[in-house]
Design a binder for this molecule. Structure first.
Ligand SMILES: Nc1nc2c(ncn2[C@@H]2O[C@H](COP(=O)(O)OP(=O)(O)OP(=O)(O)O)[C@@H](O)[C@H]2O)c(=O)[nH]1
Ligand SMILES: [Mg+2]
Length: 202
């Protein structure tokens, strides 16, 4: 992994902690695409962009550990959504920021971290979220780890919606409208098979 001495430290957090109901409850990160588990595609694309990777998973943690990156499970029980994964990561890391991304998006931008970081720096923001031109992509975000107490409080109050939490903070969007296809995510086996036939977009 390359070094980025000019930036504050950033840990990438690959979110693989969901239930994958649309995939019949399989462990989505381990579902195969083009001969490799989905998470391997994601690791390959994010590794050159950061110094540290964390995998957030709630099942099959030994299998995820094989990739040589720390694996953390949600500290809140019962699959309470991606924010629970953000929190588990923040509780674990010592970096200034986390960059979150899902395990089911194998085509993620090659400059995801750079664009998020520049948007954050330009605005002095607490959070930078990807925007594909049509909509926000809320699980692709750069978040200051100083927000851990805020996130703990939000989740303890029973709130779960990412967008609502973002709205409580100085949040900016980073423009990815030139490469919207990079946010394609695979939620069903049919989508996986269609993707396979079409080849990798972008
Ligand atoms: N840590 C954690 N991550 C989650 C949780 N729920 C969803 N995610 C992650 O959030 C990202 C986007 O969620 P979805 O694509 O809807 O994944 P999912 O919830 O597993 O799938 P569905 O049940 O089919 O909606 C994925 O990377 C999931 O792994 C959760 O309860 N905890
Ligand atoms: Mg998805």
């Amino acid at each position: 992994m390359s070094d980025h001495p000019s930036r504050g430290s950033i840990t990438a957090v690959i979110l693989a902690g969901g239930k994958a109901r649309r995939m019949g409850g399989q462990d989505k990160g381990l579902v195969e695409l083009a001969g490799q588990p989905l998470i391997e595609h994601v690791i390959a694309r994010i590794a050159p962009q950061v110094n540290q990777i964390l995998i957030n998973a709630n099942r099959n943690t030994e299998q995820y550990a094989r990739y040589g990156h720390p694996v953390v499970s949600d500290t809140l029980s019962d699959f309470q959504g991606p924010l629970a994964g953000f929190l588990a990561a923040m509780q674990q890391v010592e970096s200034d920021f986390i960059v979150t991304l899902p395990c089911d998006g194998p085509c993620l931008p090659a400059d995801l971290v750079n664009r998020l970081y520049h948007a954050q720096q330009a605005a002095g923001a607490e959070i930078a979220v990807a925007h594909d031109g049509n909509r926000m992509q809320p699980v692709y975000a750069l978040i200051s780890t100083r927000l851990q107490p805020s996130l703990e409080e939000f989740l303890a109050a029973g709130e779960r919606k990412i967008d609502w939490w973002y709205r409580k903070h100085n949040t900016v969007t980073a423009d990815f409208s030139d490469i919207p296809d990079t946010f394609l995510n695979i939620n069903t086996l049919e989508e996986r098979d269609r993707f396979r036939e079409a080849g990798q977009p972008g």
